[in-house]
Design a protein around this ligand. Structure first.
Ligand code: NAP
Length: 497
């Protein structure tokens, strides 16, 4: 049996480039490259060589014969993309016209500065986009990278955002540690730009500043009652159970029997899974001990994850749904939620597989408490309660039928949002620093020496590995500007008053 890609797939596409027979898709020349929910292997082309296994930073690729039982469904998901295989040679000829995006080689003369062959780059933030950018930059021997990280620990959302029970996803830290061991990089922890060092100071000490600070806040839900006690963002809960120092205050009130999570992206599933997990299973994970103690004392019996649209538009990804359905979690869907949805009319195999799996879950008997219930087609209109939240009033999306779900805890999980960065132009609508392909722009003009990558560049979408391609683009532009002599020499950017 060929190799199979499983739940932890981070999408950084290292395997795509490593595969000698181009059996891993989407490839860079296919439309879904960089945006598909996961990568997948064509079983008829795979030669079982294992090159992808070595290249994958999160151990997501498994030889078919070693596929653990709870991941068995991923073999079907991979194969499901090839229901009617054509002869291999006509479908996927081995391509030679795409390769890992290579940045230009910077010629020392273009750099300027005190040491002519040194290109000094400051990266702000140490999350995935920062580390992938550093990795690209450090391929050039002239580059010296200094990473400025506000928190006492590096690696951003991999440390403080990925759910504590997603241990294989967190193994990408091994790759980041390897990058951090390069002799030409230093990481300064507990160093906040604007508090310990100003942006102007950074600019005057480096040829370029690459802002990779992510999207640190949540999108606010604007309906009456959101300011009641017992209502908080799911992102604050994620920070709390991961021991993020900014969210020590954010312990949710777990005294109620039911919680409602508004929105059904992967963050909503993460929080619902942690809230309903067997705490003995959570104990050996990276969960914060205070959060684990609070969860052990929790009264929650049911967490209802509510989407405003139908199952065919679910924001959670197929690998996460499979992990929920086939792992230790207890999840249920009322069959009535799926009436009128027919997977056979859905062209996208990933969406069809999601709907089929939801139907399979709906046919199981209702699980023991505490469990997760997935609900669809309800738009939230008000958080009810007298001081403290007591429930959410919904209207059927596209209709006028109202319903109330009683709940003493309400979490809004409607996405992250970037925060304006003092000194950089901000696109308020997108919640990103204004940029064109990673070059920070103001009034349509690039500001020399300023770059962005990751969520503050493109918005809060994609997976850990999406940042590899994203940072590759920014770094290629930064190095092209260096090559063109367009970077300010250190010491010539504005000096702070
Ligand atoms: P998300 O995937 O963007 O999902 C947001 C959800 O909120 C959607 O269901 C959306 O519904 C809903 N929503 C938005 N505005 C709403 C409103 N006014 N009222 C009600 N519902 C509303 O956001 P996320 O879950 O925060 O995830 C952010 C990114 O991180 C995603 O790319 C995600 O895949 C990634 N992530 C990945 C993992 C993983 O791979 N395990 C884990 C966590 C996060 P509509 O679709 O109808 O707009």
């Amino acid at each position: 049996m060929p190799h199979v890609i499983t739940q932890a797939c981070c999408g950084d596409a290292s395997c795509v480039y490593a595969c000698p027979v181009n059996c891993i898709h989407p490839t860079p020349d296919e439309p879904d490259f960089g945006i598909s929910e996961m990568l997948y292997i064509d079983p008829s082309t795979c030669v079982d060589c294992g090159a992808c296994v070595s290249a994958c930073p999160v151990g997501a690729i498994v030889p078919g014969h070693r596929l653990p039982e709870e991941a068995a469904r991923f073999a079907d998901v991979n194969a499901g993309h090839y229901p009617d295989p054509a002869p291999t040679e006509t479908r996927f000829p081995v391509r030679t016209d795409w390769r890992l995006p290579m940045a230009p080689i910077v010629k020392p003369a273009a750099l300027g500065g005190a040491t002519p062959d040194e290109l000094r780059i400051a990266i702000v933030g140490s999350g995935p986009s920062a580390m992938y950018a550093a990795d690209e930059l450090l391929k050039h021997r002239q580059v010296r990278v200094t990473v400025y990280e506000r928190l006492p620990e590096p690696f951003g959302l991999v440390r403080f955002g990925v759910a504590p029970d997603h241990l294989s996803t967190k193994t990408v830290t091994d790759l980041f540690n390897e990058i951090a061991r390069h002799p030409n990089i230093q990481i300064l922890l507990n160093t906040e730009i604007g508090r310990d060092v100003s942006l102007d100071e950074l600019r005057s000490a480096h040829h370029a500043v690459l802002w990779a600070g992510g999207a640190p806040t949540d999108r606010p839900l604007q309906i009456p009652g959101v300011d009641r006690e017992g209502v908080q963002s799911a992102t604050s809960v994620v920070g709390w159970y991961n021991g993020h120092p900014d969210f020590a205050y954010a312990a949710p009130d777990l005294s109620a029997e039911r919680a409602v999570v508004i929105g059904n992206g992967n963050v909503a599933l993460d929080v619902a899974r942690i809230f309903t997990a067997d705490t003995d299973r959570l104990a050996p994970t990276t969960i914060d001990p205070t959060a684990l103690a609070a969860l052990r004392a929790s009264n929650l019996r049911e967490v209802v994850v509510v989407a405003r649209r139908g199952p065919e538009h679910a924001a959670f990804t197929l690998p996460e749904l499979i992990g929920l359905a086939d792992g230790p979690a207890r999840v249920w869907v009322d069959p009535a939620e799926l009436s009128g949805v027919d997977a056979t009319n859905i062209d996208d195999p990933t969406v069809a597989a999601k709907v089929n799996l939801l139907r399979e879950i709906s046919q199981r008997s209702k699980p023991a408490e505490p469990f997760i219930r997935l609900s669809f087609g309800l738009t939230p209109v008000e958080i009810l309660g007298d001081g403290h939240a007591s429930g959410v009033r919904f209207v059927k999306t596209g209709g006028d039928e109202e319903s109330v779900i009683d709940a003493g805890l309400v979490l809004t999980a409607i996405g992250y949002r970037g925060r304006p960065v003092p000194g950089l132009p901000f696109d308020d609508e997108k919640g990103t620093v204004a940029n064109v392909a990673g070059r920070v722009v103001e009034n349509g003009e690039a500001i020399p020496g300023l770059y962005v990558t990751g969520w503050i560049k493109r918005g809060p979408t994609g997976f850990i590995g999406t940042n590899k391609t994203d940072s590759g683009e920014t770094v290629a532009n930064l190095l092209a500007d260096a090559e063109a002599g367009a970077l300010p020499r250190p010491g010539t950017a504005p000096v702070p008053a």
